[in-house]
Ligand binder design. Sequence first.
Ligand SMILES: Cc1cc2nc3c(=O)[nH]c(=O)nc-3n(C[C@H](O)[C@H](O)[C@H](O)COP(=O)(O)O)c2cc1C
Length: 139
Amino acid sequence: MKTIILYYSLGGHTKDEAEKLAAQRDAEMYAIEEVKRRNILNAVIPGCFHARNRKASEIKALSVDLNAYDRIMIGAPIWGGFPSPAFNSMIELLPEEKEVELFFCSGGGDSSMSSEGTRRMVAARNCTLVEYRDIKTGK
Ligand SMILES: Cc1cc2nc3c(=O)[nH]c(=O)nc-3n(C[C@H](O)[C@H](O)[C@H](O)COP(=O)(O)O)c2cc1C
């Protein structure tokens, strides 16, 4: 099975997790970058607000073809209880009928506030969610 890990990370925690997963699963990794550089201030405002409204951010064009993979793993930090805006951008890129795994990094390790809606976003892409994981980074 060919697997790719797409991830967005502002502070490096999600990147660390993506690296661990890539080694475990023998998967390729791909870092998603936003067009506008993010800092902690604009992560809070408007980042959290956009996260809570499921707004996608503008990301740099992908240089991989996601159709070439059987399973797509997506990782992102949780902001204000919701996946950071780049997650919404990654979901928009999903080809249909893929197996999808999600992992979310957060200080508290709990994304239950938004998890149902997040699961529905994968289903709306006609993909199968095979795993949803919260990772507590404690920061
Ligand atoms: C703008 C912002 C909002 C955050 N909101 C939450 C939150 O609601 N719940 C939580 O547990 N952690 C929250 N955190 C902590 C991050 O989710 C956590 O540090 C995560 O590991 C960061 O991942 P990264 O280093 O890959 O960016 C927030 C961090 C930032 C910068």
